[in-house]
Design a protein around this ligand. Structure first.
Ligand code: HEM
Length: 146
């Protein structure tokens, strides 16, 4: 994947405004509410029976931060995301048995969260850079399935 300097700048400038804890929490809550079948992977998290339970669940909060922190680290390795995320991909494939379709769903809710947060500064060009990054992220996380 080739990244232009402008695309990299769009990604890093968005990331500078991201709060991994709050935004990670919102993204994971949205995933669990909008795509409820994703709840099945988090049976160890306890009560996820409704929106209030999901958004008040401390494990959801902690995990959202973990996920966005991993996205932030992948941005630091933007030219080699596939190798950087190889172990995480393997664990999602072989231990967690996550259907890789769900990676795409998570990147979609991430875009919604960023758009809501950045408002008019989440321009079409910024979104385009994120759609490209998310495709790279999804491909990297899906790589361990093959
Ligand atoms: C665990 C990242 C998508 C289900 C993890 C961990 C990270 C992570 C960093 C912790 C691994 C560790 O502690 O060694 C990501 C990233 C994703 C993603 C960056 C996409 C951008 C998903 C999706 C699902 C999922 C879509 C399911 C729908 C899980 C589960 C765990 C986990 C069940 C274990 C949770 C626990 O028991 O603590 N993920 N993940 N992940 N992930 Fe993902």
């Amino acid at each position: 994947v080739h990244w232009t300097a402008e695309e990299k700048a769009f990604i890093t400038s968005t990331w500078a405004k991201v709060n991994v804890e709050a935004d990670g929490h919102e993204a994971l809550c949205r995933l669990l509410v909008v795509y409820p079948w994703t709840q099945r992977y988090f049976s160890s998290f306890g009560n996820l029976s409704n929106v209030t339970a999901i958004s008040g669940n401390a494990k959801v909060k902690a995990h959202g931060k973990k996920v966005l922190t991993a996205v932030g680290s992948a941005i630091q390795h933007i030219d080699d995301v596939k190798h950087y995320l190889a172990d995480l991909s393997k664990s999602h494939a072989q231990e967690l048995h996550v259907d890789p379709e769900n990676f795409k769903r998570l990147t979609e809710v991430m875009v919604i969260v960023f758009a809501g947060k950045l408002g008019s500064s989440f321009t079409p060009q910024v979104q385009a850079a994120w759609e490209k990054f998310n495709a790279v992220l999804v491909a990297a996380l899906s790589h361990g399935y093959f």
